[in-house]
Write a protein that binds this ligand. Structure first.
Ligand code: FES
Length: 68
């Protein structure tokens, strides 16, 4: 059974432009993606109308938290 944190991550947006949920990004990071470019390659985020500004910021923040 998924935890409450996992359920919330499934509902939250990750890349709004592409309609990709946060849990997809979190899963890529948990499975070893260690840069925005690698997360984008694995999840197909980025390249939307915001020019990746929003999801890049989110991914970089998640990577920083992971590495603290
Ligand atoms: S939010 Fe990901 S490309 Fe705009």
């Amino acid at each position: 059974m998924p935890s409450e944190k996992e359920i919330r991550a499934r509902l939250k947006p990750g890349c709004i432009c592409k309609g990709i949920k946060l849990h997809t990004i979190l899963s890529a990071i948990e499975n070893g993606a260690d840069s925005y470019e690698e997360v984008a390659r694995r999840t197909n985020i980025g390249g939307g109308s915001c020019n990746s500004r929003r999801c890049r910021e989110k991914v970089n923040s998640l990577l920083l938290k992971k590495n603290q």
